[in-house]
Design a protein around this ligand. Structure first.
Ligand code: SF4
Length: 207
């Protein structure tokens, strides 16, 4: 049993925290601002998280399991694709009515150099993808990606997720310091990609 938080509760929903690594370094990332999300310390002391440990923590909070469970946490969950698949398979088999969502930076296909979305069919229901800006310049300023072609990659990921039939939402963060994002333009881009749009007002206590 692990003594760190692989699963935590936020606003009555269960979130799964698989990694502290990310291919972005967003200026508003709470990883660099604080250690906890509403009291749950999300810093992991390993990057070798195992599906069985995640499942054990989920089962320990069985009475609190929500109808939607979200892979999110203090890092990019899709960097742990195989763990996601194993945990999602377990949840779908044991709790078939549970909706599973991944909150992602949308870099997975660039990282793995293949379209990983078909591998998640029947396991994941929804994607919430950080679009973060109306063009590459704004995206790079806000998200500081470590990966080449990130902004175009994110848009392509959103379009592919829609095409594969996932319930897909593109998000932007607003209200962080003086950073300005052109929301109408982001809504327009999202519409063209066929996804839903959501503004995520930046909140100090996590997201
Ligand atoms: S994509 Fe998410 S985890 Fe990664 S740096 Fe940005 S806010 Fe942090």
């Amino acid at each position: 049993m692990t003594d760190y938080n692989l699963a935590y509760l936020l606003d009555g929903k269960v979130y799964i925290n698989l990694t502290n690594s990310c291919t972005n370094d967003c200026v508003f990332c709470i990883r660099s601002i604080k250690e906890d999300v509403v009291g749950a310390n999300l810093f992991l002391n390993t990057e070798n998280v195992k599906a069985e440990d995640v499942i054990a923590q989920l089962e320990a909070m069985r009475d609190k399991l929500s109808s939607e469970i979200i892979f999110c946490g203090y890092g990019e969950p899709m960097l742990k694709l195989e763990v996601i698949k194993q945990v999602a398979k377990y949840i779908k088999e044991k709790y078939p009515n549970t909706v599973l969502r991944i909150n992602t930076n949308g870099h997975a296909n660039l990282v793995y150099k293949r379209n990983v979305l078909p591998e998640l069919k029947g396991l994941i229901d929804k994607f919430s993808v950080s679009l973060n800006g109306e063009n590459e310049e704004v995206y790079n300023e806000l998200s500081q990606p470590h990966i080449e072609g990130a902004y175009e990659g994110v848009k392509e990921f959103i379009a592919l997720a829609v095409k594969e039939g996932f319930d897909t939402t593109a998000t932007i963060v607003t209200g962080y310091k003086n950073y300005k994002v052109d929301m109408p333009k982001c809504i327009e881009i999202t519409k063209e990609l066929g996804a839903n749009f959501r503004e995520r007002p930046w909140i100090e206590n996590g997201y």
